[in-house]
Design a protein around this ligand. Structure first.
Ligand SMILES: O=P(O)(O)O[C@@H]1C[C@H](O)[C@@H](CO)O1
Length: 308
């Protein structure tokens, strides 16, 4: 594949861990510049597939794959269950772009790089993201395989000053200070709940608060108990940087967690979470997730919540 450099200086940020601004100036952004498979129709929705949730990308029509290793300066996926490619195509009548594989802080990427694809999507014309993740359930009502529509988040790395937006602000994307009190779009959440209802999924679809921890270790019992006290319903290691990047540049956000394990909040057990369990749980819910996301995207289009 060959790539054209359509834009300079758009993705860089200052960073505290060795990535240099000049290098970022050279990041090629626009997949439209691919001279073999140009993206000729602007994707309206970007879907970020969480651990084991990549099948959301496999159902697209008129698919074109862009492996990350062939996209200049794009980060690489290193986590099992994250295939490492962009898939562009149509979900029903809606042009979408899927990240089959996301980037996590624990992989060694700074937060700005974890969420840098969101700015690429903005430049491609994306208006909305559907951000998905695998998460541990803290809410005692949640079972493995349940879905949690994300109402809000608690950004633990943010408490320590880590942010996608740290460093000089790039005004072309958005303002220095960003409001996040309605980060997860109210109208989209309402619509998603009605879709879940219509599909008969009410008994396993909830709405709750997600938190991001840095990982890659799972949490201690004391940490999980603290999170419960804070009113957190599910814990994971992603999503927040992408949502912050999206809100900064005016992209609407809808997110959900698939509960892949129940968090162990007692000392009297040998139970332990592990990544294989996470991927197995994700794989068992693939069909329902595909049904849910397909119907959601279709309804978003009918409700004219994306442009024509
Ligand atoms: O990419 P997501 O947030 O779905 O991945 C979760 C968090 C860790 O990366 C991994 C733990 O099993 O799954």
């Amino acid at each position: 594949m060959r790539w054209a450099l359509l834009s300079n200086s758009r993705l860089h940020h200052d960073s505290s861990n060795g990535h240099n601004r000049q290098q970022q100036d050279d990041t090629p952004l626009a997949l439209r510049g691919n001279t073999v498979n140009p993206i000729s129709v602007a994707p309206k929705i970007a879907i970020i597939c969480g651990s084991g949730l990549g099948s959301l990308a496999t159902i697209l029509d008129e698919k074109i794959d862009f492996p990350y290793e062939q996209i200049p300066h794009f980060p690489q996926s290193t986590v099992p269950g994250h295939a490492g490619k962009l898939v562009v195509g149509k979900m029903g009548k809606v042009p979408v772009i899927c990240m089959q594989g996301r980037f996590h802080y624990y992989e060694g990427y700074p937060l700005w790089k974890c969420a840098m694809p969101i700015r690429v999507f903005k430049l491609l014309g994306v208006e909305m993201i559907v951000v998905t993740n695998a998460a541990g359930g803290l809410n005692p009502d949640y079972k493995v395989g349940d879905l949690m529509i994300i109402k809000d988040h608690v950004n633990f790395p943010g408490f320590a000053g880590e942010s996608f937006l740290r460093g000089p602000n790039d005004e072309r994307f958005g303002p220095r200070f960003v409001a996040l009190n309605s980060a997860y779009d109210t109208e989209l959440r309402k619509l998603a709940k009605s879709v879940a209802s219509e599909l008969g999924m009410n008994d396993f679809v909830h709405e709750g608060v997600y938190t991001m921890v840095g990982g890659p270790n799972f949490e201690t019992v004391a940490e999980l108990r603290l999170m419960k006290l804070l009113g957190i319903d599910a814990v994971g290691m992603s999503t927040v940087p992408e949502v912050i990047a999206a809100r900064h540049c005016g992209i609407k956000c809808f997110g959900f967690s698939l509960i892949t394990n129940e968090c162990v909040t007692s000392y009297d057990t040998d139970d332990e979470p592990d990544h294989e369990e996470v991927m197995e749980a994700a794989s068992r819910r693939q069909n329902d997730l595909v049904r849910f996301v397909t119907a959601f995207v279709d309804t978003v289009k009918s409700a004219e919540l994306i442009s024509k």
